[in-house]
Design a protein. Structure first.
Length: 326
Protein backbone atom coordinates (compact mmCIF):
# COMPACT_ATOMS: atom_id res chain seq x y z
CA UNK A 1 0.00 0.00 0.00
CA UNK A 2 1.52 3.32 -1.06
CA UNK A 3 0.44 6.58 0.51
CA UNK A 4 2.17 9.92 0.34
CA UNK A 5 2.77 12.13 3.38
CA UNK A 6 -0.38 14.16 2.88
CA UNK A 7 -2.56 11.08 2.65
CA UNK A 8 -0.89 9.49 5.66
CA UNK A 9 -1.41 12.56 7.83
CA UNK A 10 -4.99 12.86 6.68
CA UNK A 11 -5.92 9.34 7.80
CA UNK A 12 -8.49 9.23 10.57
CA UNK A 13 -8.36 7.89 14.13
CA UNK A 14 -6.25 4.76 14.30
CA UNK A 15 -6.17 4.41 10.53
CA UNK A 16 -2.40 4.77 10.22
CA UNK A 17 -1.92 2.00 12.76
CA UNK A 18 -4.56 -0.07 10.97
CA UNK A 19 -2.72 0.30 7.68
CA UNK A 20 0.53 -0.92 9.24
CA UNK A 21 -0.59 -3.63 11.63
CA UNK A 22 -4.05 -4.66 10.45
CA UNK A 23 -5.67 -3.56 13.72
CA UNK A 24 -6.46 -0.12 15.16
CA UNK A 25 -4.26 1.38 17.84
CA UNK A 26 -5.66 1.24 21.34
CA UNK A 27 -5.71 4.32 23.54
CA UNK A 28 -2.89 4.43 26.09
CA UNK A 29 -3.95 3.66 29.66
CA UNK A 30 -2.80 6.82 31.40
CA UNK A 31 -0.02 8.77 33.13
CA UNK A 32 2.98 7.09 34.72
CA UNK A 33 2.76 7.24 38.53
CA UNK A 34 5.48 9.21 40.28
CA UNK A 35 7.65 12.24 39.47
CA UNK A 36 9.23 12.89 36.10
CA UNK A 37 13.04 12.54 36.17
CA UNK A 38 15.13 15.61 35.44
CA UNK A 39 17.11 16.02 32.22
CA UNK A 40 20.23 15.44 34.29
CA UNK A 41 18.91 12.10 35.54
CA UNK A 42 17.65 11.08 32.11
CA UNK A 43 20.96 11.87 30.43
CA UNK A 44 22.92 9.85 32.99
CA UNK A 45 20.56 6.89 32.50
CA UNK A 46 21.79 6.39 28.91
CA UNK A 47 24.94 4.38 28.08
CA UNK A 48 27.63 6.50 26.47
CA UNK A 49 28.59 8.97 29.19
CA UNK A 50 25.77 11.41 28.37
CA UNK A 51 25.43 14.59 30.41
CA UNK A 52 22.86 17.40 30.46
CA UNK A 53 24.33 20.84 29.75
CA UNK A 54 23.36 24.42 28.84
CA UNK A 55 24.94 27.07 26.63
CA UNK A 56 23.92 30.66 25.95
CA UNK A 57 24.09 31.60 22.26
CA UNK A 58 22.91 34.93 20.88
CA UNK A 59 21.09 35.70 24.10
CA UNK A 60 19.19 32.37 24.11
CA UNK A 61 20.04 29.65 26.62
CA UNK A 62 19.87 26.23 24.94
CA UNK A 63 19.74 22.89 26.68
CA UNK A 64 21.53 19.92 25.14
CA UNK A 65 22.66 16.44 26.10
CA UNK A 66 26.03 15.23 24.85
CA UNK A 67 28.10 12.08 25.05
CA UNK A 68 30.26 9.70 23.09
CA UNK A 69 33.46 10.35 21.14
CA UNK A 70 34.34 11.11 17.53
CA UNK A 71 33.05 13.51 14.92
CA UNK A 72 30.22 15.75 16.17
CA UNK A 73 26.66 14.67 15.32
CA UNK A 74 23.83 17.09 16.10
CA UNK A 75 20.39 15.54 16.74
CA UNK A 76 17.35 17.84 16.51
CA UNK A 77 13.86 16.71 17.71
CA UNK A 78 10.36 17.96 16.89
CA UNK A 79 6.92 18.76 18.36
CA UNK A 80 5.75 17.84 20.93
CA UNK A 81 8.96 16.13 22.05
CA UNK A 82 12.41 16.95 23.40
CA UNK A 83 15.93 15.56 23.03
CA UNK A 84 14.56 12.42 24.76
CA UNK A 85 12.98 11.39 21.42
CA UNK A 86 16.45 10.11 20.42
CA UNK A 87 17.03 8.07 23.59
CA UNK A 88 16.89 4.73 21.72
CA UNK A 89 19.49 5.68 19.10
CA UNK A 90 21.88 7.86 21.11
CA UNK A 91 23.81 4.98 22.78
CA UNK A 92 24.45 3.30 19.40
CA UNK A 93 25.56 6.56 17.79
CA UNK A 94 27.78 7.47 20.75
CA UNK A 95 30.07 4.54 19.96
CA UNK A 96 31.28 6.42 16.89
CA UNK A 97 30.30 10.08 17.28
CA UNK A 98 30.26 12.90 19.78
CA UNK A 99 26.46 13.10 19.97
CA UNK A 100 24.77 16.42 20.77
CA UNK A 101 20.98 16.13 21.20
CA UNK A 102 19.61 19.64 21.54
CA UNK A 103 16.35 21.22 22.67
CA UNK A 104 15.44 23.95 20.18
CA UNK A 105 14.51 27.41 21.41
CA UNK A 106 11.06 27.01 22.98
CA UNK A 107 11.60 23.32 23.76
CA UNK A 108 12.25 21.44 27.00
CA UNK A 109 15.07 22.94 29.03
CA UNK A 110 15.84 25.71 26.51
CA UNK A 111 14.68 29.32 26.76
CA UNK A 112 11.26 30.26 25.41
CA UNK A 113 11.65 33.81 24.07
CA UNK A 114 8.86 35.80 22.43
CA UNK A 115 10.17 35.39 18.90
CA UNK A 116 12.74 33.84 16.62
CA UNK A 117 10.85 30.64 15.77
CA UNK A 118 11.37 30.67 12.02
CA UNK A 119 13.59 27.75 11.05
CA UNK A 120 16.35 30.00 9.71
CA UNK A 121 16.74 31.70 13.09
CA UNK A 122 16.59 28.42 15.00
CA UNK A 123 19.24 27.05 12.65
CA UNK A 124 21.38 30.07 13.51
CA UNK A 125 20.98 29.13 17.19
CA UNK A 126 22.37 25.69 16.45
CA UNK A 127 25.18 27.07 14.33
CA UNK A 128 26.22 29.33 17.19
CA UNK A 129 26.00 26.38 19.59
CA UNK A 130 28.29 24.12 17.56
CA UNK A 131 30.71 26.98 17.00
CA UNK A 132 30.70 27.65 20.73
CA UNK A 133 31.47 23.99 21.38
CA UNK A 134 34.52 24.34 19.16
CA UNK A 135 33.30 22.47 16.08
CA UNK A 136 34.01 23.80 12.58
CA UNK A 137 31.79 21.28 10.80
CA UNK A 138 29.11 18.85 12.00
CA UNK A 139 26.79 16.13 10.81
CA UNK A 140 23.14 17.04 11.44
CA UNK A 141 20.02 14.87 11.76
CA UNK A 142 16.52 16.20 12.45
CA UNK A 143 13.01 14.80 12.85
CA UNK A 144 9.66 16.59 12.38
CA UNK A 145 10.16 20.31 13.24
CA UNK A 146 13.79 19.38 13.85
CA UNK A 147 14.05 18.13 10.26
CA UNK A 148 12.89 21.54 9.04
CA UNK A 149 15.58 23.19 11.19
CA UNK A 150 18.22 20.71 10.00
CA UNK A 151 17.38 21.59 6.39
CA UNK A 152 17.63 25.32 7.21
CA UNK A 153 20.97 24.67 8.94
CA UNK A 154 22.34 23.05 5.80
CA UNK A 155 20.88 25.72 3.51
CA UNK A 156 22.18 28.66 5.51
CA UNK A 157 25.42 27.21 6.88
CA UNK A 158 26.74 24.84 4.19
CA UNK A 159 30.33 25.39 5.27
CA UNK A 160 29.45 24.02 8.70
CA UNK A 161 27.45 21.04 7.39
CA UNK A 162 29.32 17.86 6.54
CA UNK A 163 26.18 15.80 5.85
CA UNK A 164 22.51 16.20 6.78
CA UNK A 165 19.79 13.60 7.49
CA UNK A 166 16.09 14.49 7.38
CA UNK A 167 13.67 12.13 9.12
CA UNK A 168 10.13 11.93 7.76
CA UNK A 169 9.45 15.66 7.33
CA UNK A 170 10.55 18.12 4.60
CA UNK A 171 11.04 21.85 5.03
CA UNK A 172 7.81 23.90 4.60
CA UNK A 173 7.09 25.03 1.06
CA UNK A 174 4.13 26.29 -0.97
CA UNK A 175 2.38 22.92 -0.72
CA UNK A 176 1.56 23.66 2.91
CA UNK A 177 -1.13 26.03 1.64
CA UNK A 178 -2.90 23.08 0.00
CA UNK A 179 -3.80 21.40 3.30
CA UNK A 180 -7.50 20.55 3.52
CA UNK A 181 -9.67 22.13 6.18
CA UNK A 182 -12.45 19.58 5.73
CA UNK A 183 -12.30 15.99 4.52
CA UNK A 184 -15.21 14.00 3.16
CA UNK A 185 -16.71 11.49 5.62
CA UNK A 186 -14.71 8.32 5.79
CA UNK A 187 -11.61 9.80 4.15
CA UNK A 188 -9.82 11.01 7.27
CA UNK A 189 -9.36 14.04 9.49
CA UNK A 190 -7.68 17.38 8.99
CA UNK A 191 -4.20 18.35 10.16
CA UNK A 192 -5.83 20.09 13.10
CA UNK A 193 -2.57 20.88 14.93
CA UNK A 194 -1.31 22.98 12.02
CA UNK A 195 -4.45 25.11 12.10
CA UNK A 196 -4.85 25.12 15.88
CA UNK A 197 -1.25 26.20 16.44
CA UNK A 198 -1.83 29.23 14.20
CA UNK A 199 -4.14 30.71 16.85
CA UNK A 200 -3.10 33.32 19.39
CA UNK A 201 -3.66 32.72 23.14
CA UNK A 202 -6.30 29.97 22.80
CA UNK A 203 -3.79 27.06 22.64
CA UNK A 204 -2.19 28.18 25.91
CA UNK A 205 -5.61 28.45 27.55
CA UNK A 206 -6.74 25.01 26.42
CA UNK A 207 -3.57 22.91 26.45
CA UNK A 208 -1.51 24.07 29.41
CA UNK A 209 -1.52 21.34 32.02
CA UNK A 210 -3.29 19.02 29.56
CA UNK A 211 -0.56 18.13 27.10
CA UNK A 212 -0.66 14.46 28.06
CA UNK A 213 -4.06 14.27 26.30
CA UNK A 214 -2.58 15.83 23.16
CA UNK A 215 0.43 13.50 23.21
CA UNK A 216 -1.71 10.40 23.72
CA UNK A 217 -3.94 11.41 20.79
CA UNK A 218 -0.95 11.97 18.52
CA UNK A 219 0.59 8.62 19.38
CA UNK A 220 -2.75 6.80 19.10
CA UNK A 221 -3.00 8.10 15.53
CA UNK A 222 0.65 8.02 14.47
CA UNK A 223 2.16 5.05 16.28
CA UNK A 224 1.32 1.52 15.19
CA UNK A 225 2.56 -0.12 18.42
CA UNK A 226 1.61 1.93 21.49
CA UNK A 227 4.06 0.05 23.72
CA UNK A 228 7.01 1.64 21.90
CA UNK A 229 6.48 4.90 23.80
CA UNK A 230 5.66 4.23 27.45
CA UNK A 231 3.87 6.22 30.11
CA UNK A 232 7.09 7.64 31.52
CA UNK A 233 8.21 8.83 28.08
CA UNK A 234 4.84 10.50 27.48
CA UNK A 235 4.94 12.17 30.87
CA UNK A 236 8.43 13.50 30.12
CA UNK A 237 7.09 15.16 26.98
CA UNK A 238 3.90 16.39 28.65
CA UNK A 239 5.90 17.89 31.51
CA UNK A 240 8.08 19.74 29.02
CA UNK A 241 5.06 21.33 27.28
CA UNK A 242 2.52 21.77 30.09
CA UNK A 243 3.26 25.42 30.91
CA UNK A 244 1.57 28.25 28.98
CA UNK A 245 5.00 29.48 27.92
CA UNK A 246 5.93 26.09 26.46
CA UNK A 247 2.60 25.75 24.63
CA UNK A 248 3.01 29.26 23.21
CA UNK A 249 6.55 28.52 22.03
CA UNK A 250 5.36 25.35 20.30
CA UNK A 251 2.66 27.27 18.44
CA UNK A 252 5.28 29.76 17.24
CA UNK A 253 7.08 27.00 15.31
CA UNK A 254 3.91 26.55 13.24
CA UNK A 255 3.05 30.24 13.01
CA UNK A 256 6.50 30.85 11.54
CA UNK A 257 5.75 28.55 8.58
CA UNK A 258 4.81 31.54 6.37
CA UNK A 259 8.30 32.98 6.82
CA UNK A 260 9.76 29.51 6.39
CA UNK A 261 7.99 29.14 3.03
CA UNK A 262 9.35 32.50 1.89
CA UNK A 263 12.86 31.54 3.03
CA UNK A 264 12.70 28.15 1.31
CA UNK A 265 11.84 29.77 -2.02
CA UNK A 266 15.15 31.63 -1.85
CA UNK A 267 17.36 28.64 -1.08
CA UNK A 268 19.44 27.01 -3.74
CA UNK A 269 19.87 23.26 -3.94
CA UNK A 270 21.78 21.62 -1.10
CA UNK A 271 25.09 20.31 -2.40
CA UNK A 272 26.30 18.28 0.60
CA UNK A 273 25.14 14.64 0.88
CA UNK A 274 21.52 14.44 2.10
CA UNK A 275 19.84 11.39 3.63
CA UNK A 276 16.07 11.10 3.76
CA UNK A 277 14.55 8.49 6.06
CA UNK A 278 10.86 8.11 5.32
CA UNK A 279 8.23 6.08 7.11
CA UNK A 280 6.07 3.58 5.30
CA UNK A 281 3.63 6.33 4.25
CA UNK A 282 6.02 9.26 3.82
CA UNK A 283 8.87 7.78 1.80
CA UNK A 284 7.75 8.78 -1.70
CA UNK A 285 6.77 12.32 -0.76
CA UNK A 286 10.02 12.92 1.10
CA UNK A 287 12.05 11.49 -1.80
CA UNK A 288 10.26 13.70 -4.33
CA UNK A 289 10.82 16.81 -2.22
CA UNK A 290 14.48 16.10 -1.53
CA UNK A 291 15.44 15.20 -5.09
CA UNK A 292 14.12 18.63 -6.11
CA UNK A 293 15.96 20.40 -3.28
CA UNK A 294 19.36 18.67 -3.22
CA UNK A 295 21.92 17.30 -5.66
CA UNK A 296 23.18 14.24 -3.72
CA UNK A 297 20.22 12.41 -2.14
CA UNK A 298 20.18 9.03 -0.44
CA UNK A 299 16.95 7.41 0.78
CA UNK A 300 16.09 4.78 3.40
CA UNK A 301 12.61 3.44 4.13
CA UNK A 302 11.55 2.67 7.71
CA UNK A 303 8.82 0.31 6.57
CA UNK A 304 7.26 -0.37 9.97
CA UNK A 305 7.09 3.29 11.02
CA UNK A 306 4.25 5.77 10.79
CA UNK A 307 5.94 9.00 11.94
CA UNK A 308 8.02 8.69 15.14
CA UNK A 309 10.90 6.88 13.46
CA UNK A 310 13.59 7.05 16.21
CA UNK A 311 11.11 5.51 18.66
CA UNK A 312 9.41 3.07 16.29
CA UNK A 313 12.47 1.65 14.49
CA UNK A 314 15.58 2.81 16.36
CA UNK A 315 17.80 0.09 14.91
CA UNK A 316 16.84 1.07 11.36
CA UNK A 317 17.41 4.77 12.09
CA UNK A 318 20.70 4.23 13.92
CA UNK A 319 21.95 1.88 11.20
CA UNK A 320 21.03 4.31 8.44
CA UNK A 321 22.76 7.21 10.21
CA UNK A 322 25.88 5.16 10.92
CA UNK A 323 26.10 4.05 7.28
CA UNK A 324 25.43 7.53 5.90
CA UNK A 325 27.64 9.62 8.17
CA UNK A 326 30.45 7.08 7.98
Amino acid sequence: MTLNRRKMLALGTGATALAVTGSPAAAHPGPHPGPVPSDRELARSLPGGFRSRHATVGGVRLHYVSGGHGEPLLLVPGWPQTWWAYRKVMPQLARRYHVIAVDLRGMGGSDKPAGGYDKKTMAADLHALVRGLGHRQVNVAGHDIGSMVAFAFAANHPEATRKVALLDTPHPDQSEYEMRILCRPGTGTTLWWWAFNQLQALPEQLMHGRMRHVIDWLYANSLADQSLVGDLDRDIYANAYNSPQAVRAGTRWYQACHQDITDQAGYGKLTMPVLGIGGNFTFEDLRNKLTAQATDVHMVRASKSVHYLPEEEPDVVAGALLDFFG
